[in-house]
Write a protein of this length. Sequence first.
Length: 114
Amino acid sequence: MNGNDWKKRLGTVYSTDANFQYAQKLTDAVETPEPGKQRLTVSLDKRNRGGKKVTLVSGFSGKKEDLDILGRTLKVKCGVGGTVKDGEITIQGDFRDKVTAILQEMGYKAKRGN
């Protein structure tokens, strides 16, 4: 049943050859660049949040696991909640200065947005 997963084959052309075997392309694992090569932007956002302010960290490139670890570290050091979603880290509250200082301390090229 695993070999006949049609969702993985969307967009492929049908073959009439009886000996045809569908070979799935393996994607290369994206490596996370070192912190000195990352340009992160720390900004404040309150759109669609009922007037509540959140700090957004955007511009991260690399593995999702590394982004999750960075988000967890920032939440712990700020002592607040937040989430990692769609390649952005959301920290509850206005912690732009603190988050920027933490990221620069960790070696990232972070700049404060708005």
